[in-house]
Write a protein that binds this ligand. Structure first.
Ligand code: SF4
Ligand code: SF4
Length: 215
């Protein structure tokens, strides 16, 4: 959020070496444009070491969904210039700039672990990750994958997949058990009208309970 980069920089200064490997700021791209650039300059210039994760979702996600200088369109829909975040943060002096595919959890976590352990400022940019509510992102075409379903015979109701906060996944309470006899307090449900086939939920389920459905 807006205060994250300054807060992370300050936390690093207070904690010193103790904070190494633990401090990370998370900020959306539109917020970065209006209140993140100054604190990032401050962090680099004053030798902070925190990592900034820049969520490049090409929209003002939570506060209006209006266009910004990062979307390539003006507020009246007219095409315009589009910020290149990699070039921008390099111009601010950040030497460690990484790009990740946020739909690949293992890759993303690996890069975060490497960067938070560095003793200088770094920025991780989520690439090719426009908000799924943005119509021009065409999520179904982007993933070109099957939509996913829950196998009720395997779902143990562990709720791990709920932690990714996908709007298509919801909880259905009710005692029951899996086919192989594990007791559970409920199962999850995937709304096919909302699933875009991004495959993130299957990466977190340890029980192979999320399976491809229709394409
Ligand atoms: S689908 Fe998998 S991760 Fe989700 S609640 Fe069921 S067992 Fe757990
Ligand atoms: S595949 Fe993606 S969109 Fe579909 S339910 Fe899983 S996390 Fe949600």
């Amino acid at each position: 959020m807006g205060a994250s980069i300054g807060g992370a920089f300050g936390a690093g200064k207070v904690l010193g070496n103790e904070g190494l490997g633990k401090i990370c700021a998370v900020i959306g791209d539109s917020t970065f444009l209006h209140s993140g650039i100054g604190p990032l300059i401050d962090s680099v210039y004053n030798k902070g070491y925190s990592t900034t994760i820049l969520l490049d979702n090409r929209i003002t996600a939570m506060t209006g969904q209006q266009e910004t200088a990062g979307t390539g369109y003006r507020i009246n829909g007219e095409p315009s210039s589009m910020i290149d975040y990699e070039q921008l943060v390099k111009a601010l002096g950040v030497k460690n700039v990484r790009k990740v595919n946020p739909y690949n959890i293992q890759e993303t976590m690996g890069v975060i672990t490497e960067e938070v352990n560095k003793d200088e400022a770094s920025v991780i940019i989520t690439q090719n990750s426009p908000c799924m509510l943005l119509r021009r992102a065409k999520p179904l075409e982007k993933f070109n994958s099957s939509l996913f379903l829950i196998d009720n015979e395997k779902c143990r109701g562990c709720k791990l997949c709920l932690e990714i906060n996908c709007p298509a996944i919801s909880w259905q309470a009710g005692d029951g058990q899996t086919k192989d006899g594990h007791k559970r307090k409920g199962v999850v449900f995937i709304n096919q009208e909302q699933c875009v086939g991004c495959d993130v939920c299957t990466q977190v389920c340890k029980f192979e309970a999320i399976v491809p459905g229709v394409k």
